[in-house]
Design a protein around this ligand. Structure first.
Ligand SMILES: *Cc1c(COP(=O)(O)O)cnc(C)c1O
Length: 226
């Protein structure tokens, strides 16, 4: 199947670039988790990547993610929820997502307070002045971190951010490092950084990203949303 061969080639190429960027930065590639973002793509895309040995997958819409999770139940994979999350869907997402990258407000944390399993959490920081973008305002970050830390089923991993289109990614990522300093003073274990997408993952590796969220560079162009 030609599509699958192309997918495999893009996957190997991107993974090779990631490994090289890690070596260039003096980092161990083993400390970087690549989350392949499969939103809008069929389950077959995920199955092909599983066959290549990949385990970490990212989805951004609950309606779509839950169906894929059901279909792939029993497979050895790790689901990362990366999209904006409505409070009334939080509990449902926490049933299949092992990691939620997009926690950005206290009401969401409250909904997750009594879930029956441990879920890893990143706090998404908004790097723009547009509140519609999702992400907590930097000024509200520490209060949100305290809230997550006080919530037994949640394990606070660190910060997530999306570089604004109108800014040099490296500069935007530097701001995240600054916010992380403040976070680590209070929550020393929250060291992880979920930064870097298809356009800027090399810059993200250079600043210390531990989680990359890569879609199109591996999967190819996304089919239109349904
Ligand atoms: C879609 C998406 C990605 C992946 O984007 P690509 O540009 O396709 O790599 C990463 N992070 C988030 C939050 C996304 O919604």
């Amino acid at each position: 199947m030609a599509g699958s061969a192309e997918l495999s080639a893009r996957y190997q190429e991107v993974m090779g670039r990631i490994a090289q960027a890690c070596r260039d930065a003096g980092r161990d590639p083993g400390e970087v988790t690549t989350v392949v973002v499969t939103k809008f793509h069929p389950v077959a895309t995920i199955s092909s990547l599983l066959a290549l040995g990949h385990r970490d997958f990212g989805e951004s819409r609950h309606q779509e993610a839950v169906l894929k999770a059901e279909e792939l139940q029993g497979e050895n994979l790790v689901w990362h929820f990366i999209g904006q999350l409505q409070s009334n869907k939080a509990k449902a997402v926490a049933q299949y997502a092992d990691v939620i990258h997009s926690v950005d407000r206290p009401s969401l944390v409250d909904k997750l307070a009594d879930i029956p399993r441990t879920v890893d959490v990143f706090l998404e920081v908004n790097l723009t002045n547009d509140v519609g973008r999702g992400g907590v305002a930097p000024g509200d970050l520490l209060a949100l971190a305290d809230r997550v830390a006080a919530c037994a089923p949640l394990r606070l991993r660190g910060l997530m951010a999306v570089a604004p289109q109108e800014e040099e990614p490296a500069r935007a990522f530097e701001r995240v490092l600054h916010y992380r300093e403040g976070l680590l003073a209070l929550h020393p274990d929250a060291t992880d950084l979920s930064l870097g997408m298809s356009q800027d993952y090399l810059e993200a590796i250079a600043v210390g990203a531990t989680h990359l969220r890569i879609g199109t560079a591996i999967t190819g162009k996304r089919p239109p949303a349904v």
